[in-house]
Design a protein around this ligand. Structure first.
Ligand code: GTQ
Length: 353
């Protein structure tokens, strides 16, 4: 009797849902638990891309298309949990960009903010705001929203090699807001009118030009060289004990604000001592890691991902990460944490084991 009444109620409801559907109405009560979950339940999954596997196919792409024709010759790192969306997390995009000796990736600009983390090779350059910066492995380079940028690879003193970097952009976030604009430059390469190192001289030494007033949303430093960041971690290593969760971990800053280098992305560099077995932590900001030095294991929600230099891995929102290092390891990472903080929704937990 009761079961009969229930199935009758269910069929009345279904008929009602069918009737209101053409009116573009849906019943909240069928979806409430999904729309307002008790805790984040990301459709993204943890994943690792081994550079040893990717490098051959990435180099092969250069036989199929030039950087100029492609505009940006990139293999997108797509989260297996959300295929077809060119996203590594719900809000972030990541890809590996290849530029061969002598190639140019033409000048354009877009509202999406971009970061480059140099993974392989040296001697390529990117130009932003009339200043070129030469790329070396481990450098973290920024392309601010709506700034013209072009990339090239002229090599270093006669030596030239393919250069690969990890692109991190807020493409899915901007798409979410339907706020994307972009344009191509008339010139293939923008005019270089400032010497290399200019922005770093002005802002990269814990000093700022005395009459500089304007604090924009993006850091005025557009290249944070690895040599300097690595040196800071090496000094910390002898000065203090590692954090039980994250080793020695520093965040990159916009020197004018002390905040994140870009409005939508925070970046980090961390050192794990040899034999490190970190405690678990999780945050609402899904995070992308690029391995610079050393080998180890990222244990994400209990699943083990062995990592080696130049690998990329992703930790989804609210997934617990435990880091283990076999050798001394250095990891670069980025997330959308500044957005979570701006709207007051960031949460993180440091677990006891
Ligand atoms: O270098 O401007 O990976 O516009 C994706 C979109 C790189 C870039 C990407 C882009 C770029």
């Amino acid at each position: 009797m009761n079961a009969h009444a229930n199935s009758e109620a269910a069929s009345f409801r279904r008929a009602y849902y069918d009737r209101i559907k053409p009116m573009h109405l849906t019943p909240l009560w069928e979806e409430l638990h999904n729309l307002v979950p008790r805790e984040p339940a990301s459709p993204c999954v943890p994943a690792l891309w081994r550079y040893a596997d990717i490098k051959p196919v990435l180099l092969e792409s250069a036989t199929l298309i030039t950087a100029e024709e492609a505009v940006r010759r990139v293999l997108v790192l797509e989260n297996p949990g959300i295929p077809g969306r060119s996203s590594i997390t719900q809000s972030l995009y990541a890809g590996l960009q290849l530029i061969m000796p002598g190639e140019v990736a033409p000048s354009h600009r877009h509202v999406q903010s971009a970061l480059r983390f140099i993974v392989d090779g040296k001697g390529a350059y990117t130009t932003v705001g009339g200043e070129r910066t030469t790329m070396y492995p481990g450098d973290f380079i920024i392309t601010p929203s709506w700034d013209w940028h072009d990339h090239g690879n002229q090599g270093l003193q006669g030596a030239s090699e393919p250069v690969v970097w990890l692109d991190g952009l807020d493409i899915p976030l901007v798409r979410f807001f339907d706020a994307g604009f972009a344009e191509n430059d008339e010139a293939q390469s923008q005019v270089v009118n400032r010497p290399e190192g200019h922005s770093f001289a002005r802002f990269g030494h814990n000093m700022v030009p005395v009459r500089h007033r304007h604090a924009s949303a993006t850091s005025p430093i557009f290249s944070y060289p690895y040599a300097r960041s690595r040196e800071a971690l090496a000094a910390l290593q002898v000065a203090e004990a590692p954090d039980p969760w994250q080793g020695w971990k520093l965040r990159y800053v916009n020197p004018l604000t002390g905040g994140a280098p870009m409005p939508t992305m925070q970046t980090y560099l961390q050192l794990l001592p040899q034999g490190f077995r970190g405690q678990g932590h999780r945050g609402t900001d899904g995070t992308v890691y690029s391995v610079v030095e050393g080998t180890g294991t990222a244990v994400v929600s209990g699943e083990r991902f062995a990592f080696a230099p130049q690998d990329t891995f992703v930790v989804p929102s609210w997934a617990t990460l435990r880091l283990e290092a076999s050798d001394e390891a250095v990891l670069f990472s980025f997330s959308d944490r500044p957005v979570h903080e701006a709207i007051g929704i960031h949460r993180e937990q440091f677990l006891d084991n």
